[in-house]
Design a protein around this ligand. Structure first.
Ligand code: DGL
Length: 268
């Protein structure tokens, strides 16, 4: 299993990256996936750049031993801060979330005004603004740090009928609609769980999931390179740096289905 070079390695600071896994499974059900969630050190979004780079390096070093055919940074925070470090340190085909989500936002906006909801570290990095401007020079980007959303989702609070969720979301979204944005990027892999709640507040706005965009871009690339797995359903394996049981309990919410692979706690 471990040396076939036929795995996609996926990592996140914790459980949020499972929204990327879910999208990969939807588009590429035959792909084998090895997931690492750094649940002992989540969240990354409130940490310094130096710390995020170091953690991301540790995460990829762990996955590198499985010789993945593709490495997915399923964390906007790590992608925005540690991408260059990872590309320098590892000889792996690295994929991320920022570029595909930026490309999609740049192409769907009609008025060239795009809001970004993300962690503080992602916003500080300016990664989305830089990337969107590459795809659409006329775009104006309005990044907004939404520090309350990761803890909310981690605590299972994301329903559109939850008054706490909608109150917090409205406060954030108002800060974007004031700029007349017609498109909002969910620039954190935890946020797709809030999609319905966000859509119920601003049904007229395009809401882009960086998780879906990343999986779609990965599919295109693997297909172009003739690297898609054509089998009878992929195998999935999960590793975490903290308690495996609590990860297993919450994983089904992020995956939108029961966890179908083993989970092990590892030291990295
Ligand atoms: N899921 C991570 C992201 O996409 C954020 C969670 C965290 O702060 O660690 O940015």
């Amino acid at each position: 299993m471990t040396n076939s070079k036929n795995y996609i390695g996926v990592f996140d600071s914790g459980i949020g990256g499972l929204t990327v896994v879910r999208s990969i499974m939807n588009i590429m059900p035959d792909e084998n996936i090895i997931y690492f969630g750094d649940t002992a050190r989540v969240p990354y979004g409130t940490k310094s750049e130096k710390q995020i780079r170091e953690f991301a390096s540790n995460d990829v070093r762990f996955l590198d031993q499985f010789e993945p055919k593709a490495l997915m940074i399923a964390c906007n925070t790590a992608d925005s801060v540690a991408r260059e470090t990872l590309e320098r340190e590892f000889d792996l085909p690295i994929y991320g979330v920022i570029e595909p989500a930026s490309r999609k936002a740049a192409s769907v906006t009609k008025n060239n005004r795009i809001g970004i909801m993300a962690t503080a570290a992602t916003v500080r990095s300016g990664a989305y603004t830089k990337m969107i401007e590459i795809f659409n020079r006329d775009a104006q980007v309005f990044p907004l740090a939404c520090p309350l959303l990761v803890p909310l989702v981690e605590n299972g609070r994301f329903s559109k009928d939850d008054i706490v969720v909608t109150t917090i979301l409205k406060e954030y979204i108002d800060q974007l609609t004031v700029h007349d944005v017609d498109t909002i990027v969910l620039g954190c892999t935890h946020y797709p769980l809030l999609m319905d709640a966000i859509k119920s507040i601003v049904p007229e706005i395009n809401v882009i999931s960086s998780s879906d965009a990343a999986a779609e871009a990965l599919y295109d690339s693997l297909r172009r390179h003739g690297l898609l797995n054509e089998g009878k359903g992929g195998k999935h394996r999960y590793y975490v740096s903290d308690d495996a049981e609590s990860f297993s309990r919450n994983a089904s919410i992020f995956l939108d289905e029961d966890l179908d692979g083993e989970v092990d706690q590892v030291r990295i």
